[in-house]
Design a protein around this ligand. Sequence first.
Ligand SMILES: Cc1cc2nc3c(=O)[nH]c(=O)nc-3n(C[C@H](O)[C@H](O)[C@H](O)COP(=O)(O)OP(=O)(O)OC[C@H]3O[C@@H](n4cnc5c(N)ncnc54)[C@H](O)[C@@H]3O)c2cc1C
Length: 396
Amino acid sequence: MTGSCRPGPLPGAGLLDDRTRELDGCCRELAAGFRDAAMALDRDPDAIAGYLHLPGVRLNQFAHIPPEYRPELDFPPRVLDAAATSLGWAVLWEQLGYGDPGVTLAGPRPGLFGEVLSALTGQRQSGHYFRRLATAPSNTFFALTEPGKGSAAAELETTLAPATDGDGWILNGEKCYVGNGARAAVGVVMCRRGTGLFGIEAVALESGTPGFSAELLPAMGLRGARISRLRFDNVRIPRENVLGGQLAPTRRGLAGVLPVLNRSRPPVAAMAIGCAKAVCDYVAQQRPTLAKAGRLRLEDMLDRIDATRRLIHRACVAIDHGRMDSDRAAAVKVQAAHIAEEATLLAAELLGPASLIEHPWMEKTYRDVRAFEFTEGTTNIHRLSLFRCLRKNAYP
Ligand SMILES: Cc1cc2nc3c(=O)[nH]c(=O)nc-3n(C[C@H](O)[C@H](O)[C@H](O)COP(=O)(O)OP(=O)(O)OC[C@H]3O[C@@H](n4cnc5c(N)ncnc54)[C@H](O)[C@@H]3O)c2cc1C
């Protein structure tokens, strides 16, 4: 028994337009398929290979491939187009996260690699990769974090130096905790060509390039993310793989990627509240005659999930209207990660003393949601920037 897996309509989702509402309805059906795969992936994340046919995996795979490169699919184009917006991405990931966050992250998709391509490169260069990702399902990676330089991303030490023979660049260094890093066909590596923030570049790297190696890291939870350690030992980077070379230093590299990271925070927040909602529904299903005190605590948690959803959607609508509000995006990620952890603590308490032994799905979710604290920046770091924003009286 792995619990109910029909999330139902999103309460507090008043900001959804018609096509996003249609996407929401479509996603609700898709989460169900994820629940069976969830436990298999927890044992072996590479088991995703047996679930690539799931409609939810396929929608997640193609939603962020621009329409001109997509093959003919079973989903209505307007649903796919809706999923490509920030609001649609949040709706998609909440519902898929309700099914299982590990399956959502393990499936092939352009991910942040695709987002970086769209942000930094022209159609010729991004088209080359999107066409490829549309025809051959592949994982991708986005490598920023380094051992000892996680939160201090602007201090990264992986180097990009001119090749002595004048043919492109040479990459050296190491990255860690990179999602799907050891299973991806291609990805983007953030690396240092010069000093300071504007000395950081984004380069595209094919996983088969000599000198590149990657290994999966052991993980307690969210194993479907397949966090990996990457090493670059004199890896040659062709000149054209330095992404955004045509842009000013202030608009490429880490400076150019920051808006991409901001845009990806609300969907991660949505995935976290999808998990929280799934946990609450599971408790309600397992304990239909819960005592009043317990029922009230569960209802309070559901209210907080709904309130957080509204904040997530507001952040997404602002992004879709071209207002990149990094503090709001950070705030919703912090709030949602906290709620997801709290929901699992509450569920473990309401289900009883041996709940994490008696309910394997619950135990897995309990481990999984703790990863949201770290993905897309830790709570402390976001709180520091929120504090600075509040001090300036600039919080929107
Ligand atoms: C599931 C998952 C997927 C991930 N995917 C990717 C990926 O695809 N690509 C990628 O590049 N990275 C990825 N990461 C890495 C993630 O971005 C980092 O874990 C995160 O940035 C934190 O870095 P760190 O783990 O080195 O922790 P650290 O930066 O060492 O932080 C450890 C603790 O110290 C606190 N801390 C650090 N600095 C300060 C400070 N100045 N003030 C107060 N407190 C502080 C932090 O809040 C945290 O609690 C992923 C992580 C997870 C868990």
